[in-house]
Design a protein around this ligand. Structure first.
Ligand SMILES: Nc1ncnc2c1ncn2[C@@H]1O[C@H](COP(=O)(O)OP(=O)(O)O)[C@@H](O)[C@H]1O
Ligand SMILES: O=P(O)(O)OC[C@H](O)CO
Length: 496
């Protein structure tokens, strides 16, 4: 006998380094889960690719594993919610379903020159006004154009309607439905640079400027909507796909950031801060992204987002490259073992800097080294860098006029209590960690649950959010200012 509350929802979370599947029960508890990492490909300096078949195989295998374990425990999976690494771009043949090139990952910088040329052509203001985004290789449009310009014959085939473009959600929906549906949701569409977030439609002028044929595009749906039934062969019966959102938007949904000013920050490989700005897009004057948080029943909720490319990845760098720690968790004790950072700052611009700087050419820097600086200083500097980058985003958010009282956090790094306390101290706001840290998958499950009629509305979802720990700001103001000044100095040198 199980005490899980049926029916169950399968959440598929296709991330940058791994695919995960989690089955939640009706009360939001985890019934079963599975995870599988897959290889990253770096064919050239600054290029990052995934083999689409790795994405598909790990997604299917983990989904099947979690599904089978959950159904063994006695409940039935009623719906599927899908969330994904965003911006990553695929183009596939509509007949065979075979991709014509590897997936070009969001971190990939190969189109920096294309972006620079477009910028010289003066279209950046136009792009930002319509999409809320900046002109950067991060987004899908230039990646799609690159594939069509580099795979022989593909542009003509794309114009003939033989090829399909999609972000990872779109590709997975295509595969899960046996090639029946070519769909995406409004949040993923809003990350392509091709989608007008004010009018909620693909933008013809942008399609032309970026060189992406309209015939390749998926249809855009609400985040809780009908995305078709899975091919019955995959799970033994057809299951409806009912919810889709990009992973950072799904995390904001899982964190119940439903009111304007509600904000979450996810600390995984990178860090993504998302603040709900209500039913109208707020144009950022501080290089944040204005983006779609979700669209439900045709009504769009908007958000401001700050994207930091390196957060937990800096800890992985300490472990894998410098080999000065064995596990990420060790960093908490190391940081605590020294009273201050001893003047050592790390700017982890390993793949350039994202918001609010958008400096694709910037590279990492460590400052303030003395003969006495050792493992503790390096570990602490890596942790602190994540906090200072968040503080820069919080400043940009405040300058843009968005107000907030607390920061809700999730992702692998938030297990680190030292980091959470330092975060509260530096941003000067209480930091709230929820009991369920898998908020991305939970958000996708909630979206699917709304469409499947398992939840009535967002209020019912908000009631399920549970606090694990709250960290209150406690640092002396002079120390806080000194820390921030040291960071600003290191940052200035990096950008110079
Ligand atoms: N206790 C910890 N302290 C600091 N960093 C941590 C800790 N535990 C995990 N991490 C970091 O968190 C990241 C993993 O978080 P996760 O949310 O699983 O990332 P992703 O979904 O992007 O793969 C890794 O980069 C790891 O280095
Ligand atoms: O897969 P993650 O968690 O690294 O998230 C990637 C983001 O969606 C990129 O914008």
């Amino acid at each position: 006998m199980t005490d899980f509350e049926p029916p169950f929802i399968l959440a598929i979370d296709q991330g940058t380094t791994s695919s995960r599947a989690i089955v939640f029960d009706h009360s939001g508890r985890i019934v079963s889960s599975a995870q599988s990492e897959f290889p990253q490909h770096y064919p050239n300096d600054g290029w990052v690719e995934h083999d689409p078949e790795d994405i598909w195989n790990t997604t299917l295998a983990t989904a099947r594993e979690a599904f089978a374990a959950a159904e063994k425990s006695g409940g039935q999976v009623a719906a599927i919610g899908l969330t994904n690494q965003r911006e990553t771009t695929l183009i596939w043949d509509r007949k065979s379903g075979a991709p014509i090139y590897n997936a070009i990952v969001w971190q990939d910088r190969r189109t920096a020159d294309i972006c620079a040329k477009l910028r010289d052509g003066g279209i950046e203001t136009h792009v930002t006004a319509r999409t809320g985004l900046v002109l950067d290789p991060y987004f899908s449009a230039t990646k799609a154009a690159w594939i069509l310009d580099n795979v022989e014959g593909s542009r003509a085939r794309a114009e003939n309607g033989e090829l399909a473009f999609g972000t990872v959600d779109s590709f997975l929906i295509w595969r899960l439905t046996g090639g029946e549906r070519h769909l995406t949701d409004a949040t993923n569409a809003s990350r392509t640079s091709l989608y007008n977030i004010h009018d909620n439609r693909w933008d013809d002028a942008l399609l032309e400027k970026f060189g992406v044929p309209a015939a390749t595009l998926p249809e855009v749906r609400d985040c809780a909507d009908d995305y078709g039934m899975t091919d019955p062969d995959l799970f033994g019966r057809a299951i409806p796909i009912c919810g889709v959102a990009g992973d950072q938007q799904a995390a904001a949904f899982g964190q119940a950031c439903f009111a304007p000013g509600d904000i979450k920050s996810t600390y995984g490989t990178g860090c993504f801060v998302v603040i709900n700005t209500g039913d109208k897009p707020l144009a950022s004057h501080n290089k944040l992204l204005s983006t779609i948080a979700w669209r439900l029943n045709g009504e769009t909720t908007y958000a401001l987002e700050g994207s930091i490319f390196i957060a937990g990845a800096a800890i992985q760098w300490l472990r894998d490259e410098l080999q000065i720690i064995k596990s990420a968790a060790e960093t908490a004790d190391l940081a605590e073992s020294i009273e201050t950072n001893n003047g050592v700052y790390l700017v982890p611009a390993f793949t350039g800097l994202g918001a609010p700087h958008w400096a694709p050419g910037a590279r990492g820097l460590i400052t303030g080294l003395t003969r006495g600086a050792g493992r503790a200083e390096f570990a602490r500097a890596a942790l602190e860098s994540v906090v200072y980058q968040t503080a820069d985003l919080m400043t940009a958010i405040a300058r843009d006029g968005a107000r907030t009282n607390t920061l809700r956090v999730d992702g692998g790094m938030v297990a680190n209590d030292w980091l959470m306390q330092f975060l509260a101290d530096i941003i000067g706001l209480p930091v709230e960690r929820p009991k369920v840290l898998e908020t991305t998958a939970l958000g996708a499950a909630y979206l699917a649950g709304l469409q499947a009629g398992l939840y009535q509305d967002t209020e019912e979802i908000a009631e399920r959010w549970r606090l694990d720990a709250r960290f209150q700001p406690a640092m002396a103001p002079e120390l806080r200012s000194r820390n921030l000044a040291g960071w600003s100095d290191a940052l200035r040198r990096t950008l110079a």
